[in-house]
Structures are given as structure tokens and as C-alpha cells.
Design a protein around this ligand. Structure first.
Ligand code: SF4
Ligand code: SF4
Length: 428
């Protein structure tokens, strides 16, 4: 068992070359966009009714549970109604259907000056609905409300998932916004140091970023190893700061933010626009022309597939996100949201699994230092006490246990089932 040490430090084939050198292509605007009334497992309040006219930047839905996150229209047009569809988190949810009038009338939007106070910035990020763009979609403002004890702002530019290059392209295309976003988040974090973590292998790019921050003595670029899951918060905090924490990075004196989130913050400050467009990587051996696509939020994935010249074969495996932590989805009707950053399309391969060899590879490679094989066994017998002892909820669903299993068992799915079982029993 190794937390962040030893054999778990595994380099995975990145396949980044499929898209990293290509230009970003703009997806054609579609007749209708669909805004899910769900964010992960949370349900959203609808703020519009059938027949309403909305503009680019109109609030159409609101998350208002323990988090506050407004959700916006990415086009102007008329609300045609509501429709149930699957989301990128593989949940069925009602979606707002907005018919695009192709006029792109924009709401009266507030911008924010670079010298705004911390309170103004936090409130601005909150009202613009900025969420983590690394895939998790965590509301960004929340990390910066209470920053007592924060010594380091850690900018996560690692992008460790195979195939995905959208963070890298976002940085390359938006260097000025990246600088403004990082400086702004650094200022409101109250930290004395900012570290930008990026893979060591990107030597030239590291030099370019260093040059951009050469006059900022407290902002440092840190090269990290090209291993999976280096981009996971816990791994990264340990790698860069040699600190561990129980629940949140702030316990280790640190706030972690994805680099695209910093870019989106700067773009919102400059233009007043919330996240209405995303750069999304579409890659894998199941798509004819892998590339990064600039797409309006609410666009069905089928349009991205069409832009990338379709599938290479009939039997494909579609994954919202990267192949390790993404969600396998049965069709391409789901839509791109503000937190989505990739679509992996792989040729379907039948997997013939065998009985567990008790080799311990899944245990050795688990970055959460839990025992996936034992969890799988306890899940089969529905043993609640044993599952709690095995600390199932520490699993980050990184997919590593399945990846290393010589018996080709879907160990991660067994752990996911165990997590769902405990959640049903109210033992989150
Ligand atoms: S999916 Fe969960 S149990 Fe499996 S290696 Fe990753 S963290 Fe460990
Ligand atoms: S890696 Fe696979 S075969 Fe080895 S102990 Fe884990 S589940 Fe069993």
C-alpha cells in the first residue's frame, strides 16, 4: 500500500500528440442548446419558463443548496420547453431547451477591474457561476471565502489524464488571461507563494511561462513527474509541498485551482461573460480526426463527433472526460457543460476477465492507500461495517486498480458500487 510513493508512480501512455499540436476548431452553432437542471448529483432550480426570451448570459437555472451557482444561456433565443436527457455524469435530468435565434444578443454584463478588492472578486466569481474546469465542477468562489492559514496557491496545470489536452491549449491560446487569472486568484488567496505545477516533460512551455512571470518573485513554476494521477489534488499537494491533509487542501495551508479556471476567471473579469464557451478535447482511436473544439455550452456531443469526421468504427466506447476518471456513456446525445473538458472515444474491445490472482497490484497502485480487492469482496457480501473499515469513500475513482489488474477485472466499478451502496445506507 503506498500513498503517493513507490510503485503507484506509474507513467501512462498519454496519447497527447493526437491533439496537442493541432489548431482549435470552432464547432458550428446549433439550432437548439440544452441546459441540464442538474450539476453532478445536485438538482437546479429553473429560472425561466416556456416562451421566455433569453440572451447570452441570462441566468436560466440556479444551484442553491449548500452552494450557490447560477447557470447561464450561451445563446439568445426562446425557451421552447423542457426535455429529459442524460447528462455527462450519466444521470437522467430535465434540460431547458433554448431555440437559438443566431443573433447572440448579450445581457448587460458587469466586468471587474484588476484592482478590485478580495470581497468584490469572490462575489464576482460567485455571481458569474465560475466552476472548476478540471472536470470536477466545484464552485470556485467557495475555496476563496475563508482563506485563513493559506500560505500557498497551487495552480494545477498538470492535466494527467491520457488524451486530454484542453488545459494545455487553453494556456497556449490565452497567455494574457492566464497571467491575469493566476495573479487575481493569488491575490485573493492571501497566500505568500504561488506555485504553478506543470509536467516536467513540457520543457519549452515551462520556460515560456517562467518568462511571463519573471518579475513576480512570489510566483514559481514547478515541473512535476509525468505519472498518473499527478493531477489529483492530494498527490499534487504532496509532490509540491510534501504535506498531507484529511479533507481539504487548506488544512495543509494551501488552495488548489485548475489553470483553466484561472483563465475563465480572467475572461469573465475582462468581458463580463460567464462560461458560455469551452475548449473540449475530442480524442481516442475511435474518432477519425481528433482535435480540440471550441464549443458553446449546451451543445450536444453528437455535433462535436460530426466535426471530428465521425467514429472510426461502429463499436466504440464513449467516455465523458478522460479514459481513467471519465464516465462511460451509451450515446452522444448528452451536452457539454461549463465543467466538461474532454470526450474520449475508444474502439470497443471485449474484455475477458479471469478470477482474482490475489497479486496485490491494485493495492500497491492505489493512490488513496485503500485496498480495492478487499473492497470488491466486501461489496459482494454487502458488509457495511467491513466497507466502512476499508475506508471506501477515500476512493477518488482514478481507475488505476482496473488499469493494473492482470485478471482484467473492473475493480474500480466494484469500488464505485460499494460507494453507492454505502450512500444508499446513509454512510457517506
Ligand atoms: S479507483 Fe479508487 S480504489 Fe481504485 S486505485 Fe483509484 S482510488 Fe484506489
Ligand atoms: S490487481 Fe486484480 S488480480 Fe491482483 S489482487 Fe487486485 S483484483 Fe486481484
Amino acid at each position: 500500500m503506498s500513498l503517493l510513493l513507490g510503485p503507484m508512480s506509474k507513467h501512462l501512455p498519454g496519447h497527447k500528440e493526437l491533439t496537442s499540436h493541432k489548431e482549435i476548431i470552432k464547432c458550428k452553432d446549433v439550432d437548439k442548446i440544452y441546459i441540464p437542471l442538474a450539476m453532478g448529483t445536485a438538482l437546479l432550480e429553473k429560472k425561466v419558463s416556456e416562451g421566455d426570451y433569453v440572451k447570452v448570459g441570462t441566468v436560466v437555472a440556479l444551484r442553491n443548496d449548500h452552494f450557490y451557482v447560477p447557470v447561464f444561456s450561451s445563446v439568445s433565443g426562446v425557451v421552447k420547453g423542457f426535455e429529459k436527457r442524460m447528462t455527462s455524469s450519466t444521470k437522467m435530468a430535465e434540460h431547458i431547451v433554448i431555440e437559438n435565434d443566431f443573433k447572440y444578443v448579450v445581457e448587460d454584463l458587469t466586468t471587474l477591474s484588476e484592482d478590485a478588492s478580495k470581497e468584490e472578486v469572490v462575489n464576482f466569481i460567485k455571481e458569474k457561476g465560475i466552476v472548476g474546469c478540471g472536470g470536477a465542477g466545484f464552485p470556485t468562489y467557495f475555496k476563496f471565502v475563508k482563506t485563513d492559514g493559506c500560505q500557498t496557491l497551487l495552480i494545477n496545470a498538470v492535466e494527467c489524464e491520457p488524451y486530454l489536452t484542453s488545459d494545455y491549449l487553453n494556456m497556449k491560446e490565452n497567455l494574457e488571461d492566464m497571467v491575469l487569472g493566476i495573479k487575481t486568484l493569488f491575490r485573493i488567496s492571501g497566500a505568500s507563494t504561488c506555485k504553478i505545477a506543470i509536467k516536467k516533460t513540457k520543457k519549452e512551455f515551462i520556460e515560456r511561462i517562467k518568462e511571463l512571470f519573471k518579475n513576480e518573485t512570489n510566483i514559481e513554476v514547478v515541473g512535476v513527474s509525468d505519472v498518473y494521477p499527478m493531477g489529483w489534488e492530494r498527490t499534487l499537494v504532496y509532490e509540491v509541498l510534501k504535506k498531507r491533509y484529511d479533507k481539504l487542501p487548506i488544512e495543509a495551508g494551501c488552495i488548489v485551482s485548475n489553470v483553466t479556471t484561472a483563465i475563465k476567471t480572467a475572461q469573465a473579469m475582462r468581458t463580463g461573460l460567464p462560461i458560455v464557451e469551452k475548449i473540449v478535447t475530442v480524442s481516442g482511436d475511435g474518432i477519425k480526426s481528433p482535435c480540440n473544439v471550441l464549443v458553446r455550452v449546451g451543445t450536444p456531443v453528437s455535433h462535436l463527433v460530426e466535426l471530428c469526421q465521425g467514429y472510426t468504427t461502429e463499436n466504440i466506447q464513449l467516455i465523458a472526460g478522460g479514459p481513467m476518471m471519465g464516465n462511460a456513456i451509451t450515446n452522444d446525445n448528452f451536452v457539454i457543460t461549463a465543467s466538461d473538458n474532454g470526450l474520449t472515444v475508444l474502439k470497443y474491445q471485449e474484455v475477458k476477465s479471469m478470477a482474482c490472482l490475489r497479486c496485490g497490484a491494485c493495492v500497491d497502485h492505489c493512490p488513496s492507500a485503500i485496498m480495492p480487492v478487499n473492497i470488491n469482496n466486501a461489496e459482494k457480501t454487502k458488509n457495511v461495517d467491513r466497507l466502512l473499515k476499508l475506508n471506501v469513500n477515500a476512493c477518488i475513482e482514478c481507475g488505476m486498480c482496473t488499469y493494473v489488474c492482470p485478471s482484467k477485472l473492473d475493480v474500480t466499478e466494484g469500488v464505485r458500487r460499494a460507494k453507492r451502496f454505502l450512500a444508499l445506507k446513509g454512510k457517506k
